[in-house]
Design a binder for this molecule. Structure first.
Ligand SMILES: [Zn+2]
Ligand SMILES: [Zn+2]
Length: 227
């Protein structure tokens, strides 16, 4: 645990790392189907994620802690070159004892995946609409910069027209999603599944994994404190 958690929570990078960790943790069935009631497991997931994020944060090189779109040239492309030898022992022990990974090596693989997503997210160009558009994300309902998600992904348009999946007038419908929610949507289904079965926000919100993520994300602060 670091000495000054209040300071930590000021860093947008830390909040993004926490989101990436939560997304990966939520993909484990052990944590998705807790034996106890959801009301009690969600604060637990938040605490669990915060704890793990702090453990990771305290061992990362400064270049990673401060990574952003503007200074992404300082970040080595090769993730395998990140020195993880100093990965916190309690991070490893916690993942192993929750049955999320089997050993120290697997916990490093887990961590590399989280870091790959973290670096993609923190080094992404700022959303185009961030300065002009303030509106709630359609999944987590946070008022943060939004991206647009093609409900019928563009890569499927040719097929969708040929197979008459949707009237052509529907092809350009979009949902306004924050970046973390947008990433989750693309993690839970392929573009074709999205086009066929999840071509509206309502359909997306019927998925259990999206609901669970949305409840989690709605309680997380994102980016620098406003106003
Ligand atoms: Zn969102
Ligand atoms: Zn999308």
């Amino acid at each position: 645990m670091l000495g000054n958690p209040a300071k930590l929570s000021e860093s947008p990078q830390f909040l993004i790392l926490k989101d990436c960790l939560a997304r990966r943790l939520l993909s484990f069935p052990e944590l998705q189907n807790p034996t106890h009631a959801q009301e009690s497991s969600e604060p637990e997931l938040r605490d669990f994620t915060s704890y793990l994020a702090q453990e990771v944060w305290s061992t990362l090189p400064t270049a990673y802690l401060e990574a952003s779109y503007e200074n992404k040239s300082h970040i080595p492309d090769d993730l395998d070159s990140i020195p993880l030898d100093s990965t916190s022992g309690s991070f490893i022990d916690t993942l192993v004892s929750y049955g999320i990974v089997s050993d120290a090596e697997a916990s490093q693989t887990f961590l590399r995946r989280v870091l790959a997503e973290y670096l993609t997210d923190v080094c992404a160009p700022p959303p185009v609409w961030s300065s002009t558009r303030v509106k709630e994300c359609e999944i987590c309902e946070r008022e943060i910069p939004l991206t647009y998600h093609h409900l019928i992904p563009r890569s499927t348009h040719a097929k969708a027209v040929k197979k008459k999946w949707h009237p052509t007038g529907m092809l350009n419908s979009v949902a306004w999603l924050c970046r973390p929610c947008h990433t989750v949507v693309h993690q839970v289904a392929t573009n074709e599944e999205l086009a066929l079965n999840y071509h509206s926000v309502d359909l997306l919100l019927q998925r259990e994994d999206i609901q669970r993520w949305g409840r989690y994300a709605s309680k997380q602060r994102y980016g620098p404190r406003r106003g």
